[in-house]
Design a protein around this ligand. Sequence first.
Ligand SMILES: [Zn+2]
Ligand SMILES: [Zn+2]
Length: 427
Amino acid sequence: MGLRREDLKFKYYSREEWGATPATDRRPIATPVEYVIIHHTYIPAACNTTQQCFNAMKSMQDYHNSMDWGDIGYHFCVGNNGGVYEGRGWNVIGIHAGRANNHSYGICLIGDWRVAVPPKAMLESTKRLISTGVQNGWISPNYKLIGHSQVMATECPGTTLFNIISTWDHFSTDVTIFKTTVAKNNALTNILHIMYSYVFVAVILGIIGITIAVPALLPEPGENEVFTYDFPFVNRYQWGARQPKEKTILQTPVPYVVIHHSYKPAACYDAVQCKKAMQSMQNFHMDDRGWWDIGYNFAVGSDGTVYEGRGWTVLGAHSLHFNTISLGICLIGDWTTSLPPSQQIKTAKALIAAGVELGYIKTNYKLVGHRQVRDTECPGDVLYNNVKSWEHHVSFPATYLDLVQVKELPKEIKDKLIHGNSTHIEA
Ligand SMILES: [Zn+2]
Ligand SMILES: [Zn+2]
């Protein structure tokens, strides 16, 4: 069921044309589909030429594949010049809107449409694409048009674009079916998510006699965080992270958590400031320090939101000689003379608790400030004094001079410490 270009009232480019790699996630979608969900990309930026749009499609597919989504998440994307680029197409379930995936097509208008106004050609082609879907029976004639932000905690598709689509035919504020799903399954979903294993899920569902398709219940990796943590979470894609140059797996569960401050950049108090802070830290770590990525596993803003750094399963670059046995959490700001706001501390503690629940941090983990493992003032005097009162804080190691006696540290690292011959390229 492809589209015949000659029948279409818009320029259309197939997967083959933009150079897609084969999809590995091809779960059929039940048609006609009831919802059309509009997205923007935020990153990559708007594309003006067909070649730029091809590149944008490829970069999104690479990024979504890196999160094990098995293909680009969207069904179709639209460029500035009005070209429509085939994503997953009409036949399969996408990964673009969490629990709404099974009931919706995701159409992405390439670019950042928070302030800028999408070009007319782009908007017209989007409407024509939807009409084509209705005419061919893929989209229900009574379909509902919504923005991504109506079903998930995201700014997508950007305020400007959202205001535009809210004037279109079929725009709807009726998203109750997704809300009901969330409410009904929330507790169970959280339990299931903790195990985070499809095999476990299938077994448990079998035992308790629930006959529901697993993908309908389990949120999609990377699309789910806003629902599965009890604090706000912004993933790498949402803050516009660059791709890491390389990655090494972190052995989990880790026995230590290391608390940092950023010193610079200064504290950030809203999503816009904090995303900028993440980008500037990542640029500094990659471009000035030559590291593979932002050094921290996570950062927490004064907005009480967690910003994903390297995440739970990737070796960090935050505490020289100590990275292999710890997760590094940075409280963005300079906390030498003042305390982070209470929601920032609360979220940092909740993040650690989530790491324990998810099995990435040992239940008997030890909490330290960066200065306990390295000759540094980090995480700032005032924050450090506060950290000493957090659960699981230990006073050993007291300084980096104690590292040779840390029993969890591997022998080769201790040898390096003793011989003062560090060849570790990061942190
Ligand atoms: Zn979106
Ligand atoms: Zn530090």
